[in-house]
Design a protein around this ligand. Structure first.
Ligand code: PLP
Ligand code: ZN
Length: 441
């Protein structure tokens, strides 16, 4: 099957551009671009045959098809030659039944899709493998790309630095100073990226990166580059595959720049177009109350959207007041009978700790999604037997200061209801025994 995807203006003027062109916005109208596939061609293969193909490849070793992303290459980015793919076996993350936590909150069928169990510890790997592979393809065609660049709230820069390093392409990273975790900061440093910590917030970094992106030879890796969305959309295909091609009732996902919720929707729509599934789930996008422009718009039936100045939140990866993919996300939410919820700092921190005590190990953004879930269960919008999937976007291991602060009860405005701080003792058997006996009745 000879397949080619291309960029197309997403603002309605439909102007098309080649995927190996260095372009992020429509030259005609300035709109964002989206990747469109040759769906007629793709539909020539029967749904059953797609499923067989995806099952054959899933988590196997034939490069690059064992990757959760490249196993769906035809639906993601057929334009890249296999030999130019830069993959670190991303995707294939565990989807598990959170039985005990579900039971605690009154749900019998709650599942967590652990996207943070990936090469750099967040779902950003799914999109970055596609973008960097396309850059590698362009380099092989002789295009003069000197560096890949991005502004980041932490996880995008970790993913870009790793994939760029694997490809041997220089990376330039702009981060808001002191607003990412130490782990997130050390990732681009370790991978050899030029790492610039700016005295501003993410939206401030974004302004500068858009200026840098005008430089010939610099390739922009932020999620306004829709190649990333194509990789990220495999999350929905993968989770449906993990359910033997059945569709859940609800998917809950935290949102900042709103590329990921868009990608989630696109994956489901593509499966429906190809006959792999028949129904769509409802999608819930969860925002931090301190960075909630989409929530405000939702409350207003999406009639208006207002950019705001994001306040400091523990959910630092979604501390964004001017989300680049907002119009795509709103379109997606309308197609999926979507809901937007929000979570306060206390709500997200307490639910993370509660869920961790049932064996999870959540990042604060997953906490925002879990807090939204609690609200929807309480309102009975989500019913006891509904099948619910929470997209966990990063590993909790990236956020040690958040976890230690919580358990030592030093986070501002947080009560730490579930604190469990370590008890320091001398190596004295009787003293140790007394502490144990007090706790384990
Ligand atoms: C990037 C990121 C998000 C938000 O994704 P958007 O596409 O910006 O909405 C959520 N959680 C984590 C951990 C992230 O890194
Ligand atoms: Zn246009």
């Amino acid at each position: 099957m000879q397949l080619k995807a291309q960029f197309q203006c997403a603002s309605g003027c439909n102007q098309a551009y080649s995927l190996n062109q260095i372009i992020y916005r429509c030259e005609q109208c300035g709109g964002l671009l989206q990747v469109v596939h040759d769906v007629d061609q793709l539909r020539k293969r029967h749904a059953k045959s797609w499923i067989e193909l995806f099952e054959q490849r899933y988590m196997r070793t034939i490069f690059p098809y064992g990757s959760g992303v490249w196993g769906k290459k035809e639906l993601v980015c057929p334009n890249v030659e296999d030999e130019n793919v830069i993959s670190m076996y991303e995707g294939g993350t565990n989807l598990f039944w959170a039985e005990r936590f579900g039971h605690e909150i009154g749900l019998s069928d709650l599942w967590i899709k652990q996207c943070g169990n990936s090469h750099t510890g967040s779902f950003k790997d799914l999109g970055m493998t596609v973008l960097v592979s396309m850059v590698n393809q362009m380099l092989s065609e002789g295009q003069p790309i000197q560096a890949v660049i991005c502004a980041s709230t932490g996880d995008t820069s970790a993913a870009l630095s790793a994939y760029a390093a694997a490809a041997g392409i220089p990376a330039i990273i702009l981060l808001p100073k002191a607003k990412v975790s130490t782990t997130q900061l050390i990732q681009p440093i370790a991978n050899g990226a030029l790492t610039l910590a700016l005295n501003t917030d993410f939206d401030g970094c974004m302004t500068i990166i858009q200026q840098l992106a005008q430089t010939e030879g610099f390739y922009l890796a932020n999620s306004m580059n829709s190649l990333r969305i194509e990789g990220q959309k495999t999350v929905s295909i993968e989770l449906v595959q993990q359910f033997d091609w059945a569709v859940p009732d609800w998917v809950i996902i935290p949102g900042g720049n709103l590329g990921n919720v868009t990608a989630l929707g696109l994956g489901f729509l593509m499966m429906r177009d190809l006959g792999l599934i028949e129904k769509l789930p409802r999608i819930v996008c969860a925002q931090a109350e301190r960075a909630n422009p989409l929530y405000s718009s939702y409350r207003n039936n999406f009639e208006t959207f207002e950019i705001l100045k994001a306040q400091t939140t523990l959910a630092s990866a979604i501390q964004i007041g001017n989300p680049v993919s907002v119009w795509k996300a709103i379109k997606t939410l309308k197609q999926f009978d979507g809901i937007v919820e929000q979570a306060t700092e206390a709500e997200l921190a307490e639910v993370v700790a509660q869920a961790d005590q049932t064996g999870l190990f959540n990042c604060p953004h997953t906490g925002v999604a879990l807090a939204a879930l609690l609200k929807l269960v309480k309102r009975k919008e989500i019913q006891r037997n509904d099948q619910v999937i929470v997209i966990s976007t990063a590993t909790g291991l990236k956020f040690p200061a958040f976890k230690i602060g919580y358990h030592e009860n030093t986070l501002a405005e947080i009560e730490s209801k579930h604190a469990n701080s370590p008890i320091e003792l001398d190596p004295d058997y009787d003293a140790i025994r007394r502490v144990i006996d007090r706790r384990i009745a």
